[in-house]
Design a protein. Structure first.
Length: 174
């Protein structure tokens, strides 16, 4: 062990010289007189950051309002959208409650399909915004919501079959 330490110190050169006499004075002077921070530059930075944030929020809200959704078509369509969204959220919660190793693949496949349907819906929103309240687009949006519910209902049925494999046989004999 002693040899290793001796080898370490012999291989590496260390500075054993003392600093010059003015070093301590210079150090104390810096401690006693710290640099003054330019407060005006910080004020300008904070003002500029505030302006950028306000501008960003304004642009975001303007962009968000410019997108038209199914609920913007009519009060009846707002009810339809509200029904579908709440039902879909309830079914998703139901799926998450039933998530385990056996049902993981089925649930993940359903979530991937729902993601594709969500991407399609975003396309419909863009079309509705650009082309106005066309009946064809509105119907496609409603069918998209219906398809999402179908996917969720089929997934729930698959999960029930995984949990109770004899359920299908019992139904046949009733």
């Amino acid at each position: 062990m002693e040899d290793k330490l001796q080898q370490f110190f012999s291989k590496n050169e260390f500075d054993f010289q003392e600093p010059n006499s003015r070093h301590l004075e210079h150090f104390e002077r810096k401690l006693n007189h710290p640099k003054k921070i330019n407060k005006t530059s910080w004020k300008w930075l904070s003002v500029a950051a505030s302006v950028v944030l306000i501008f960003g929020f304004w642009l975001g809200s303007k962009h968000q309002k410019s997108q038209m959704d199914l609920a913007d078509v009519s009060p009846k369509m707002e009810e339809v959208q509200s029904y579908f969204v709440s039902t879909i959220h309830q079914e998703l919660k139901n799926l998450e409650k039933n998530r385990n190793l056996d049902t993981e693949n089925v649930i993940e496949n359903a979530l991937e399909e729902l993601e594709e349907l969500e991407d399609n819906y975003k396309t419909f929103v863009t079309e509705l915004t650009n082309n106005g309240k066309q009946r064809k687009i509105i119907n496609a949006m409603i069918k998209n919501y219906q398809r999402r519910l179908e996917v969720l209902e089929n997934t729930v049925k698959q999960i029930e079959q995984i949990k109770n494999p004899n359920l299908l046989n019992d139904e046949i004999y009733i």
